[in-house]
Write a protein that binds this ligand. Structure first.
Ligand code: ZN
Ligand code: MN
Length: 479
């Protein structure tokens, strides 16, 4: 029988702290859309004699994220220099945190294929980013706008066993960071990236074997593909008895969907860490930690459980609604204003409203249809004034595009649903009279044509008739 292997996966996530300025200087941290080297100064360019100053807001947001990730916050932490040379690092070192990070020992719950799993978080620490190099034909271009931007590095324990778990964890980190406002975590803007450590071991073994660290993955898709590829590559090595004997660092080639060898992995010794002499230790008061803890919003995992329990929503809708805090809040604001069932409301928001917003590239906060006006529309459906299809179709479209209320549109367009038996019956009689052959077919047992007759009545009434009543009346007239 062939040996079965399991994958041991850990992630390092770098997420940009959402602050106006960089980690240790006053330069703008908006590197996206800026002209090359527009946001630089002697501090983030590493000029001699310049002194860094800790960005208080970055510390605050880092702590809030750490508390949301169940981390312990030690009273004292400190910054250290991590020394290495690279053209994107003008200081010749990165200011990071080595042995006393701002937080450690956290955890995060994820759900994979319906099963809950807790992933340990080793630490979340603060550091500054490097610049960006672009290699062109004639040489290399250096842009230092990113240089010195504040980052949170979130290191997980090696608790994941598949690429699916790694992606679920990474997505959940993104959602939590956005919930608490610590990072926009927008990968297209370079605000979040992953390094994934992967190793294999025979199932049943408890030892950890040398790993490959895949550097700088910048999408969930590449994270998933790179881990899958690495598992396959290492499995082959194990089967050939050639499993790697040292930790290595690899890169990911998206075009080829392959990892490639970069170097043997550097250890902490290689970086000659030492305490940053220009920054004092960081003291965090216990009251501050408790104050921040008290300010945390309901976190996505808790919110999901509540939605499932209280509203009996489908798992898909729960995920869609809760992955964005503002969207969940929109749902919760609308709900008490309408008699519409939670399930139907969730589906209206996740299908109709989101489709319009997506086409428009708008956030839910910018929705022209407010919770109040959406509730008014849905109440008109509940009371039988208009049909559900009309609400989802032309009425909602007008509300969204022209900012009018449901009542205005219904009145203007004469869309009010007809629930007057006499009026519907009159049209139904006309339809039956105009389709004698079809009526005969129905009477001879071809009941399928019933739908056609109902459709004709609805069409003549321009979709305004109460569908339930049309059904009843046509049936009555045929019998
Ligand atoms: Zn600067
Ligand atoms: Mn780092």
């Amino acid at each position: 029988m062939s040996q079965v292997y399991e994958a041991i996966i850990g992630l390092e996530i770098h997420a940009q702290v959402s602050t106006k300025t960089k980690m240790f200087c006053g330069c703008s941290s908006n590197a996206y859309n800026a002209e090359p080297n527009e946001n630089t100064c002697p501090v983030c360019m590493g000029f001699p004699g310049q002194l860094p100053v800790i960005n208080e807001e970055a510390v605050r947001k880092g702590l809030i994220a750490a508390i949301a990730l169940n981390c312990n916050i030690p009273e004292v932490s400190k910054f250290d220099r991590k020394n290495y040379f690279y053209p994107d690092l003008p200081k010749g070192f990165q200011i990071s945190q080595f042995d006393k990070p701002v937080s450690e020992h956290g955890s995060l719950k994820i759900l994979v294929n319906g099963e809950e799993k807790t992933i340990g978080i080793t630490r979340l620490h603060l550091e500054d980013d490097a610049g960006k190099l672009s290699h062109i034909d004639r040489g290399t271009l250096c842009d230092y706008n990113r240089s010195g931007i504040g980052l949170m590095e979130i290191v997980s324990d090696p608790d994941m066993r598949s690429s699916e778990e790694a992606v679920a964890y990474a997505k959940e980190i993104q959602i939590v960071l956005r919930y608490v406002g610590s990072s926009e975590a927008d990968m297209e803007k370079g605000m979040m990236r992953f390094d994934a450590s992967v190793s294999l071991r025979p199932v049943g073994d408890t030892k950890l074997y040398p790993r490959a660290e895949i550097k700088n993955l910048n999408s969930f898709r590449s994270l998933e593909s790179a881990i899958k590829y690495e598992i396959k590559r290492q499995k082959k090595l194990w089967e050939e008895g050639k499993a790697q004997s040292k930790d290595i660092t690899v890169g990911w080639k998206d075009e080829k969907q392959e990892t490639y060898f970069m170097r043997e992995k550097e250890g902490a010794d290689d970086y000659r860490y030492f305490p940053e002499p220009d920054l004092p230790p960081l003291f965090v008061k216990r009251e501050t930690v408790e104050e921040y803890r008290g300010m945390l919003p309901e976190l996505p995992y808790v919110r999901r459980l509540r939605y499932v329990k209280d509203y009996a929503l489908s798992e898909g809708d729960v995920y869609l609604l809760t992955e964005n805090r503002a969207l969940a809040e929109y749902f919760e604001k609308t709900l008490p204003l309408t008699k519409y069932e939670p399930k139907k409301l969730a589906s209206f928001i996740t299908t109709v409203l989101i489709r319009f917003l997506n086409e428009d590239a708008k956030d839910i906060q910018e929705s022209p249809v407010t919770p109040e006006s959406l509730a008014e529309l849905l109440n008109a459906v509940e009371s039988g004034k208009i049909s559900n299809n009309m609400a989802k179709g032309e009425i909602f479209e007008e509300m969204y595009l022209k900012g009018k209320s449901a009542a205005e549109i219904i009145k203007e367009k004469g869309l009010e649903q007809v629930s007057d038996t006499g009026e519907i019956e009159k049209v139904a009689v006309e339809v039956l009279a105009a389709n004698p052959a079809i009526v005969e077919e129905y009477k001879s047992g071809k009941v399928k044509v019933f739908g056609f007759l109902v459709g004709q009545v609805m069409a003549r009434m321009k979709g305004r008739a109460n569908p339930g009543m049309v059904n009843d009346l046509v049936k009555k007239l045929l019998e």
